[in-house]
Design a protein around this ligand. Structure first.
Ligand SMILES: *Cc1c(COP(=O)(O)O)cnc(C)c1O
Length: 458
């Protein structure tokens, strides 16, 4: 039984490239059977859309790319070149010394870097202080450790707030923030620059509520003698992968029998959100408080930060990668299990499609590309085929698609199987050199007039 079709939104550059199988074949000949393709121009368009959302409401905004979503050097270089045209606005959110170094190497300035993640080591703190990066501090213990052993130079910090009611290991409670505000007064070389948070889920209302709360805490910090200048709303800006109709149909019709092991995933990414990307930022910025206490400042998030001369930082990862990459695998074999399930085995592994490793399923359908067009119009290749997709490892659970996908024709050995829109988290966050196979390379395409040139990302 095939799963409902999930036609992906293919961006124009990707659609154009799929219509040039000779270019894909050439890439495969040079770098091997498994590779990722990236379009930095789309990443740059996404940066510009976030920037326009800030301009539209007159907010002094900072966009810091959540680097963990994709390691491509080409993307951080786009952050650097955007930053050189608009000082301060663009930069990178890093969570390791290696990401910090890669951002600097790509040309991003230290002052354009925010450091997130838990319990930073001394090397990271020294680096951040040296380069004027701002560091989000996520526990009261870390605040105290910093005060006890400050870096040799001034270090700007944000206090990461704990979302009320959430089960999370990150962030300070309101009570801890108040303690930190008081202890930080006597703390040499640590400069409180603002408040930050990062919420799971993709809803607008809780982000707006947290933003208002972060503004309140900045006011409390000013009352304590600090001079906070910004709030960071973190990431979590949704991506619109699929047409709403298809997504609704999938959820309405989904049955366990669609899946190879007879189990439907416990949860799925919200593949067709009402509001996504930069529009979601505009929606958060435009939201006023639902309930106001007496004496509260009224107005939307944007109005309040303008009135109080604060800035807003965002740390989008996935949303900046939207549409900026796809992943190519080569069909190695097709066989049937005794229950009649067709299994298409491809080069590479599902470690290059991370969603599969969170007990979930990456829903946008992959596309089969025939590299010898001559055979396509004839005979057996035109029959449809329903199959799951497996990686070429010895792990039974290594399935790129656990659901039975209906393909418009029979797959054959040597076809390419292309998964759409994989740049955000799918292609490289879980990759490994399992079986000593090298990591799939990333190829960067550039469109000049009508010609496509490509190079290896490094
Ligand atoms: C992962 C992360 C981000 C990016 O999240 P996205 O969902 O990719 O936008 C931003 N900030 C922090 C602190 C993170 O941990």
């Amino acid at each position: 039984m095939s799963a409902a079709p999930m036609p992906a939104r293919w961006h124009t550059w990707a659609e154009d490239l799929l219509l040039q199988p000779e270019t894909l074949a050439q890439m495969a000949r040079v770098v091997g059977d498994t590779f990722h393709v990236l379009d930095p121009a789309t990443f740059a368009d996404n940066l510009a859309a976030f920037s326009a959302a800030f301009d539209d409401c007159g907010v002094d905004g900072r966009i810091r790319y959540g680097y963990k979503a994709n390691k491509a050097r080409a993307f951080v270089r786009e952050c650097a070149s955007a930053a050189s045209a608009a000082r301060g606005r663009f930069g990178v959110d890093v969570a390791s010394v290696e990401e910090f170094g890669a951002a600097l190497t790509a040309g991003v300035r230290g002052e354009e870097i925010v450091v997130t993640g838990p319990a930073h080591g001394d090397e990271m703190l020294r680096l951040a202080a040296r380069h004027d990066a701002v560091v989000a501090i996520d526990s009261l213990e870390s605040v105290r450790r910093l005060c006890a052993r400050p870096p040799a130079e001034d270090l700007g910090i944000l206090l990461r707030l704990r979302p009320p009611g959430a089960t999370t290991r990150f962030g300070l409670t309101d009570g801890q923030v108040r303690v930190a505000l008081s202890e930080l007064r006597d703390c040499k070389r640590i400069v409180l620059r603002g408040m930050s948070f990062h919420l799971s889920g993709y809803d607008i209302a809780p982000r707006a509520a947290m933003a208002h709360h972060a503004i309140d805490l900045c006011l409390a910090a000013r009352d304590c003698g600090h001079r906070p200048e910004m709030i960071s709303l973190g990431g979590g800006f949704a991506v619109d992968y699929l047409d709403r109709r298809h997504w609704d149909a999938y959820r309405a019709e989904e049955v366990a029998q669609w899946y190879f092991d007879g189990n439907a995933p416990a949860s799925l990414y919200p593949y067709a959100p009402d509001v996504a990307g930069a529009e979601m930022l505009s929606a958060v910025l435009g939201t006023s408080r639902s309930q106001r206490a007496p004496g509260d400042h009224s107005g939307s998030v944007a109005q309040r930060v303008r009135d109080l001369s604060l800035r807003i930082m965002v740390e989008p990862g996935r949303a900046l990668c939207d549409g900026a990459g796809f992943s190519v695998f080569t069909v190695r074999g097709i066989h049937h299990t005794p229950d009649g399930t067709a299994v298409v085995t491809v080069s590479g592994t599902s470690l290059s499609l991370s969603e599969q490793w969170f007990g979930s399923e990456f829903l946008p359908d992959p596309r089969l590309i025939d590299l010898d067009e001559d055979t396509a119009p004839h005979g057996h290749t035109t029959e449809t085929m329903s199959a799951v997709v497996a990686g070429s490892t010895c792990l039974d659970g290594d399935l790129l698609s656990r659901r039975r996908i209906r393909f418009p024709r029979r797959a054959k050995v040597g076809d390419l199987l292309v998964y759409p829109n994989t740049a955000g988290y799918q292609m490289d966050s879980n990759e490994s050199e399992f079986h000593q196979t090298p990591l799939p390379p990333k190829l960067v395409v550039r469109q000049r007039d009508t010609t496509t040139t490509w190079s290896i990302d490094r």
